[in-house]
Structure formats: structure tokens, C-alpha cells
Design a protein around this ligand. Structure first.
Ligand SMILES: Cc1ncc(COP(=O)(O)O)c(C=O)c1O
Length: 453
């Protein structure tokens, strides 16, 4: 390697380390000045290009201050999570490898570690050892992968080949899902050519869980979409009450468990997702609660032949004897070696380390919710995992508090609507969050409330 390339990579690593070493008291969101300074990127594409060292310096000087500090402990937006150090370090080295993980022949190391990481994830989530777990861009992609797999498998069982006969004239698939299904699950239906008229929506309770008694009778052309971890409340559908009957009826059950499936890792919380192992497919993320680097999710299917029927392709130049060739197990052909990062995160944490993330973030979320409750705010749903919903009175007041918190910048929290009401959403997903961060967050939010009240 040329010296200047080596210098450039070392400079990038130095800048990355310096970015991560900011004190805990740094604001969670960028200053208005940092956002204005982004205008410095707005130049025309140059004719001859620029010295890479100068490009990197500009990226750091203008770009780093304009990030959301989701890697620090005071960012509570969406369900974003931070980055475990081993995952970040692995992603830096893996980026240097620049491996295409489509086929084992393209990257022996990526294939090897992908296989190990996938098996470790199945073990941690308490899913069947015989299932096939495959890395992809995130839970949305995993939902699409699994819904396409379910559609093709259900039709295959009644003698219809989507590959040969397409969808026109095919036996109609019915879909049953909860009123609180995540938008990425409904997007997956759209992508699969399943319209809303084919969907029966099951009512949910005050925590966002599907009401088991309201599930209609299912049959062998039904796709039942369940959820582990409602994006707002963190509550999961009652799998053990619903899935056995679905299995008896021959329906296909898919669980969207972007973050909620990880509840299984904490022995004290595993009961919240009991029965999840009985499903036919699952979608989850490594980049959320596990704190693997973005982007990284997993599509998991109980029977590998179902996944391969929907995803495998046939061309001489990409044929393989491997049964874990990622391009034949998912939507993408070329892809990052995502499994390497999750392998590194899991190898460094071990089972106890992962359980600690789940236990700690849930405990911190409870601490934050209790402090806000003690300060007079309303917690809109019982806090069972790492998500809390908070109201500060009527919708206008709650929206004003959210805007004030975001303008203040000390912490970051987003908003949502929960059962007809505006709500602040707090997701404690970063492994860097501490008890002190929760104290600061509660003080900040209550102070902002007082300022607008
Ligand atoms: C329940 C659920 N499903 C799916 C998703 C989409 O995940 P991703 O952003 O990784 O595609 C989310 C995101 O928050 C989620 O909470």
C-alpha cells in the first residue's frame, strides 16, 4: 500500500476515535451553526478532483458536527441504537477488505463468519436451530424477504408455482395482521402484490398487542403477521395464545421482531416473547438493540427450502454447492459482509453481555419514565422493555414539549401518535446510556415542559 493511502486510513481512524471521545455532556443534536455549515459541501463537482486527505478533512470538519449523536447516551430517537466498539472496529477492517458476501467463493471469511453469527443469533433469540438466518439491510428488507417466501410457500403447497405461473389467477392469499402492525410489514405486503382488500385487521389492546380472541379462523392460504416489540410501546403479541392454532390450520406465521425478539435474551423478560419459536419466519435487526453498525438485519425462515424457492436464482456463473450463499437466500446479490460485524459484537459481548444490554436499557427506560411520571407527566402505556410513551397534557402541549426538547438539543426525543393522542417516544437503545444520562434527560424534558407551559 502506498504511504499516502496508509496515512489517509490512519487519519480517518484518528478522526473517528476523536469523534467518539466527546464528553457525555455534549448535546445529542447538532447546533444550528453546524447545520448552516453544511452549506460548505455545496460546491460544483470539480473537473480534476481533490486530494483525498483534504476531502476527508472537509468531511470531518463539516460533517461530524452535523451528526445526531446516536452513539452517545442521550439520543432516544426511533429505535436507533449506538455501536458496540467491537462492531465498529470490525466494520472499519471489513471496509478495508471490501468483500462482496454474495457467494462464499467471493469471500471465504465473510461466508464463514456469516454462518457463525447467524447460528449465534438463532441461539440467542431461542429460535429453532434448523432455521436459516440470513443477513440483509434491516428488518424492512427482512419483512419483504419473509413475506415473499411465505406467499410462494403457501401457493406452492396448493400446487401453484409463482415462479412459473406468476400471480395472475393464483389462489388468493388472505392476510391477518394486528391494528398496530409496523408500516414495514404492510409495505412488504404491497411489494408482494397483496392488496389491502385481502387483509383482515385484528384489534389490539391498550398496549398495542393483538387480542388473541379476535383472531379470525385461519386456513392454509393465510399469512398471519405478528409482531414482537411494538415500535411505540415495545409490547409483543401473545404468540403462545395465537400461533398453535395457526399452525394447526396450516397458516404461515411471520413475526416482525425488529427489536422485540431480542427480549428473549434476558431471562427475566423472555416470557414477553414466549412461543415466538413456533412461527414460520421472523424479521429482526442487528443494528437496533444489539448495537451492531448500520445497516444490518436478519431474515429468518424455519425451512430453508421455502426461503430458497423464493430467493435462489439459476445462472451458471453464480452457481454454488454452498447452502449458505447469501445471494440465493435474500433479495440482494452483491452485499456487504454484514455478518462479520455482528460476529464481532457477539464474540466480544458473549451471551451475558447481550443479556446485559437488554436488561440495562430496559432498567434505564423505567428509570426515565418513573422520573417523568414523578414530575407530573403521563406515561401512556406500561413500560415493559426499552420504550416509553409520554404525554404532557393535550396534543398541543405535548407537541410543544417535543419541539422544545429538540430545539434545546441536550437530549433528543421524537414524537408519535398513540391511540389518538400525541406522545413523546423515548427509546433507550444505545449501550452507552447511563443512569446519569436518564437523570439529565428527565431534568431536560421537565425543564422544557415548564418553559412552554
Ligand atoms: C417493529 C418494527 N418492524 C420493522 C422496522 C423497520 O426496521 P428497519 O428500519 O431496520 O428496516 C421497525 C423499525 O423501527 C420496527 O420497529
Amino acid at each position: 500500500m502506498q504511504d499516502h493511502t496508509s496515512d489517509l486510513i490512519l487519519d480517518a481512524a484518528r478522526r473517528a476515535a476523536s469523534y467518539l471521545s466527546v464528553g457525555a455532556d455534549e448535546p445529542a443534536s447538532p447546533s444550528p451553526d453546524a447545520l448552516v455549515a453544511l452549506g460548505g459541501f455545496a460546491t460544483e463537482l470539480s473537473e480534476r478532483g481533490e486530494d483525498p486527505a483534504k476531502v476527508l478533512a472537509r468531511l470531518d470538519e463539516l460533517g461530524s458536527p452535523a451528526t445526531m449523536r446516536s452513539t452517545a447516551g442521550r439520543y432516544f430517537g426511533f429505535v436507533n441504537g449506538g455501536t458496540e466498539p467491537a462492531g465498529l472496529a470490525a466494520s472499519i477492517l471489513t471496509a478495508a477488505w471490501d468483500q462482496n458476501a454474495a457467494l462464499p467463493v467471493m469471500s471465504p471469511v465473510a461466508a464463514h463468519l456469516d454462518d457463525i453469527a447467524a447460528r449465534w443469533v438463532l441461539d440467542l433469540l431461542d429460535l429453532p436451530e434448523s432455521a436459516v438466518a440470513t443477513f440483509c439491510g434491516g428488518a424492512s428488507v427482512a419483512n419483504i424477504t419473509c413475506v415473499l417466501t411465505a406467499r410462494d410457500a403457501l401457493l406452492h403447497r396448493v400446487g401453484w408455482s409463482v415462479d412459473r405461473q406468476g400471480l395472475a389467477g393464483s389462489p388468493p392469499i388472505k392476510v391477518v395482521l394486528g391494528a398496530e402492525a409496523h408500516v414495514s410489514a404492510t409495505k412488504a405486503l404491497r411489494v408482494a402484490g397483496i392488496g389491502q382488500d385481502q387483509v383482515t385487521v385484528v384489534p389490539t389492546d391498550s398496549c398495542g398487542r393483538m387480542i388473541a380472541a379476535e383472531v379470525p379462523s385461519l386456513d392454509s392460504l393465510t399469512l398471519l403477521l405478528l409482531q414482537a416489540g411494538n415500535v411505540n410501546t415495545g409490547h409483543s403479541d401473545p404468540f403462545a395464545e395465537i400461533i398453535p392454532a395457526a399452525n394447526t390450520a396450516g397458516a404461515w406465521t411471520h413475526i416482525d421482531g425488529a427489536f422485540g425478539l431480542w427480549t428473549a435474551v434476558d431471562p427475566a423478560l423472555a416470557h414477553l416473547v414466549a412461543g415466538a419459536d413456533l412461527a414460520d419466519s421472523w424479521a429482526t435487526d442487528a443494528h437496533k438493540w444489539l448495537n451492531s453498525p448500520y445497516d444490518s438485519g436478519l431474515a429468518i425462515v424455519a425451512k430453508g427450502e421455502d426461503l430458497r424457492r423464493a430467493m435462489a436464482v439459476d445462472a451458471a456463473y453464480v452457481s454454488t454447492t454452498s447452502d449458505r450463499a447469501l445471494m440465493h437466500l435474500g433479495l440482494q446479490m452483491s452485499q456487504r459482509a454484514r455478518g462479520v460485524e455482528t460476529w464481532a459484537v457477539l464474540a466480544s459481548l458473549g451471551r451475558a453481555g447481550v443479556a446485559d444490554i437488554i436488561e440495562r436499557t430496559c432498567r434505564l427506560c423505567r428509570q426515565l419514565a418513573q422520573a417523568l411520571d414523578a414530575g407530573g407527566a403521563h406515561i401512556l402505556a406500561p413500560v415493559v422493555v426499552n420504550q416509553a410513551l409520554v404525554s404532557f397534557g393535550d396534543d398541543d402541549m405535548t407537541d410543544a414539549v417535543i419541539a422544545a426538547v429538540q430545539a434545546d438539543g441536550t437530549v433528543w426525543a421524537g414524537g408519535t401518535r398513540w391511540q389518538g393522542r400525541s406522545s413523546m417516544r423515548l427509546s433507550v437503545s444505545s449501550t452507552t446510556s447511563t443512569e446519569r444520562d436518564m437523570e439529565v434527560a428527565a431534568e431536560t424534558i421537565l425543564r422544557c415542559w415548564r418553559s412552554v407551559a
